[in-house]
Ligand binder design. Structure first.
Ligand code: 26Q
Length: 823
């Protein structure tokens, strides 16, 4: 893949140029002046100055792609968890130092300005952040790529704690507009909904005509994605919904003024809010409409661009366009593509199917049964009548042409493979539709991809063994090292080539230094300084005093039973109890950090959040334990908070039940920044252990096959409860008022869930987890051994560069090459 980008600093702009540009925008764009401007105005003025370069790159890149008639990938995702854009744009443009200097000469602080920017939180967690890292990498690799999603008015809710309970508040990321987005009304599309299908017989083949009951407009907002080096700038296109005819004059004239507004309110509801459920299927009509709305608008956009270059010659379509489905959320794009090709373009089924299948590929992100999307057949028939017909035809042909010849007369297999799930209300299985409609299906870590084949789609894999593949996830080192950990980046730069953020394998040059005492000291001094900075942040944010000499142990991820935050909590409680029983109990002081949002309707997850907060309140204020344990759980965990926690981490908690975490990506960010993974052999932890060496991670717990064996043998969690006195004692605390004074049993559901069911086998892994925690404690006391492991982690993580993931997709799935934008 061509790459000639250099790693900055940008030679074309001086500090003075930048100062002039900021002041110009302060006066002419923001309508204020230096003496009067608020921090917010300064921040907007800097964004405007940055945008002069960014927009230039957008136009250049567009022109190149149009001229070269480049094959492009379109990444369809309901979520893009972008976080803040200013710092990254500055780094990728090679402008960070210049801007820093210019802004300080203007009497402002860049750090303060950066803090003004709200996070763009248009995603739930891993899947959404992955999409954001992929955009950064695709732009950096100069891959012609467009991200397509929804321009939610409100992203993931803002989390507050009230008396320890999670409270959800609306996210207002663009209350006053975002400087990074450009509205493109000229590229709007119309999206049809509801209505009925008419069959018209006016030629040899009957024609299907969809008479929609409603039409909404999709308005695109473009967000420029600056590649590292700044030459290539791709686009993230997010669709906002609007009423089709806000001023319907007929309704208006007959006194229906208010009704006209009603229609606009309903249409605008579609892009109002991101669904906050991860790993559960909400099954709501509005969610289905969101999925269709953005899929249809995106396909129409791709079609428009194709037709303006190639007219109706659809034989070229699949050669020039790849469409990637980020999980099944945009799976409705498959029948939509078929509808457009057949009903709008007059192509017959088999050719349309060939084009469609050659275009789509699908990434699976979960094996959890409750997360596999299904929609009531009736609901799809109501909202998208033509699509239901097409889905049923796809299914019929699949069962008849593929399944029947392979397993003649085998109704059992047909029942399992059918897109339609029978028994009770008929359901459409979006995973099946995605597999059948795609040329390639991938999982997101080696073990996960194996389990997709073995457990999730075994017969599909038998039918089409070559369809299934793996692409291990990655993270962008620009955001997750260069921008968020400037101290470590500076140290790295003293020892390895400057272009390490682009070629992360250059960090391997640090390996020989892992045993070098003076390098160890430098590296650990960086970690210590990052920890001290975090101590200050936590003091400001929560008024909690913590010591940077303690082990900083971090678990940051969505709250879910399978991720087992409660396993972590049980161990903390056990340690606390040991300290109460024996005040001399010898342990390295530890600060346990949590960051987690729970889906608003997920009662047990919310109770676990409440439990962590109540245990924190008690332990943090118990003078008997001499500050040996602190629990820090800042509210509203988000990308910008992750960027502050990760550089300060000593221990990375990756403790999901084996077989449940598809990959994980926080595990990669933490290990790259020198945290030691304390984890199960699950998801990408396995590959992290392979890369860093098993002696540089701490692994515990059952493996996938142990889990299956134990479940088959009949898992009885109450045995563990009765056999382990310490475990019993801490679980019984939940049944008392120990952590909720005067209000006994508020936390009892956690105990009974574990003792009676324990669906994620927390109790079975408890002993092994405690032992692993003791290993961490022992290793940390050996300063040199710890420093060595930490350095080796940083030096070994190149595989998890999202550039590598993107190269894998480009080569093995999209058949896509990079194209250097014009200068
Ligand atoms: C589905 C239907 C209706 C409403 C919401 C949803 C929904 C939304 C988000 C379902 C799932 C998600 C998010 C899933 C997710 O983040 N999965 C994570 O993806 C990461 C990137 O591949 C992996 O690293 C994680 O292991 C996986 O849990």
């Amino acid at each position: 893949m061509p790459n000639t980008v250099s790693a900055a600093p940008n030679p074309e702009l001086s500090v003075n140029d930048f100062k002039e540009s900021v002041v110009k925008h302060l006066r002419s764009t923001l309508g204020t002046y230096e003496e009067k401007a608020s921090t917010q105005a300064w921040s907007q003025a800097v964004a405007a100055a940055v945008n002069e370069l960014v927009f230039d790159g957008v136009s250049r890149t567009r022109k190149t792609h149009a001229r070269e008639d480049a094959r492009a990938v379109h990444y369809l995702s309901l979520e893009f968890l972008m976080g803040r854009l200013m710092s990254n744009n500055l780094h990728n443009l090679g402008l960070f130092e210049i801007a820093d200097q210019a802004i300080s000469e203007l009497g402002q602080s860049l750090t303060d300005l950066l803090e003004e920017e709200p996070d763009m939180g248009l995603g739930n967690g891993g899947l959404g952040r992955l999409a954001a890292c992929f955009l950064d990498s695709m732009a950096t690799l100069e891959l012609p790529a467009v991200g397509y999603g929804i321009h939610y008015e409100h992203g993931l809710f803002r989390q507050e704690f009230y008396k320890g309970h999670q409270v959800e508040r609306p996210d207002e990321w663009r209350e006053f507009g975002s400087p990074w987005e450009i509205c493109r009304p000229e590229s709007q599309q119309k999206v049809k909904l509801y209505g009925y299908v008419e069959t018209v017989y006016d030629g040899a083949v009957p024609k299907k005509v969809w008479h929609p009951g409603r039409v909404v407009r999709a308005i695109p907002w473009d967000i420029p994605i600056v590649g590292y080096g700044g030459r290539n700038v791709n686009i993230l296109r997010l669709w906002e919904s609007r009423a089709d005819k806000f001023f319907d004059w007929d309704v208006f004239n007959s006194g229906g003024y208010v009704d006209a507004y009603k229609e606009s309110v309903e249409a605008e509801t579609i892009s109002k809010v991101l669904y906050p459920n991860d790993e559960t299927d909400a099954g709501k009509e509005l969610r289905l409409i969101q999925q269709y709305f953005f899929s249809a608008a995106s396909i129409a956009d791709v079609m428009r661009r194709f037709k303006s270059a190639h007219g109706n010659d659809f034989s070229k379509f699949a050669r020039l366009n790849a469409l990637q489905l980020n999980d099944t959320h945009p799976a409705i794009a498959v029948p939509e593509m078929m509808r457009v090709l057949m009903d709008d373009e007059g192509i017959e089924w088999s050719q349309a199917w060939e084009i469609s299948q050659a275009t789509f590929s699908y990434t699976n992100h979960t094996l959890l049964p409750e997360a596999l999307e299904k929609w009531p057949l009736k609901l799809i028939g109501h909202v998208l009548p033509r699509h239901l017909e097409i889905i049923l035809e796809i299914n019929h042909r699949f069962l008849h042409n593929d399944v029947e010849p392979t397993w003649p007369g085998n109704d059992d297999i047909k029942r399992r493979l059918s897109i339609v799930e029978e028994g009770g209300a008929q359901m459409i299985r979006m995973g099946h539709l995605s597999v059948i409609g795609s040329h390639t299906v991938n999982g997101v870590a080696e073990i996960h991809s194996d389990l997709v084949k073995r457990d999730l789609f075994p017969e599909m894999n038998q039918l089409w063994p070559k369809k299934f593949t793996n692409v291990t996830n990655g993270i962008t080192p620009r955001r997750w090292m260069k921008a968020c950990n400037p101290r470590l980046s500076t140290l790295i730069e003293k020892h390895v080539d400057k272009d390490w953020p682009r070629y992360l394998e250059k960090l391997e040059a640090l390996k020989p230094l892992a045993d070098d005492e003076s390098f160890q000291k430098e590296y650990m001094a960086v970690k210590q300084a990052n920890k001290e900075e975090l101590v200050g942040i936590i003091k400001n944010l929560m008024d909690i005093d913590i010591s940077a000499d303690a082990i900083f142990d971090i678990q940051i991820k969505r709250l879910h039973e399978y991720k087992r935050q409660h396993l972590n909590l049980l161990h903390i409680m056990a340690q606390y109890r040991r300290l109460l029983l024996n005040p001399d109990y010898d342990m390295v002081p530890r600060v346990y950090f949590f960051g987690a949002k729970a889906a608003p309707g997920y009662a047990l997850a919310k109770q676990i959040i409440f439990a962590i907060n109540k245990v924190a309140e008690k332990i943090n204020n118990d003078e008997r334990i001499g500050g040996k344990i602190k629990i820090v759980f800042p509210a509203n965990y988000r990308v910008s908070l992750a960027e502050k926690l990760i550089p300060a981490a000593d221990v990375s908690e990756q403790i999901s039940l084996a077989g449940k975490e598809a990959s994980g990506t926080g595990n990669m960010k933490l290990a790259l920044n020198g945290a030691i993974t304390l984890g199960t052999l699950d998801g990408a932890n396995i590959e992290i252990a392979e890369e860093a060496g098993s002696e540089n991670v701490v692994i515990f717990g059952m493996e996938v096959d142990d889990v299956i064996a134990k479940q088959q043998a009949g898992y009885n969690p109450s045995d563990y409860y009765h056999k382990n006195e310490e475990l019993k004692a801490v679980l019984d605390w939940f049944d008392s008022d120990f952590f909720t004074p005067g209000e006994p049993r508020l936390l009892k559901d956690i105990k009974y869930n574990l003792v009676d069911h324990d669906p994620f086998m927390v109790l079975a892994d408890f002993d092994s987890y405690c032992e692993a925690q003791e290993k961490i404690d022992a290793l940390y006391r050996d300063k040199k051994a710890w420093a060595r492991s930490t350095i080796i982690n940083t030096a070994s993580l190149a595989k998890f560069n999202s550039d590598r993931s993107m190269i894998d997709y480009a080569k093995n799935i999209w058949n896509l090459g990079g194209i250097a934008a014009d200068d």
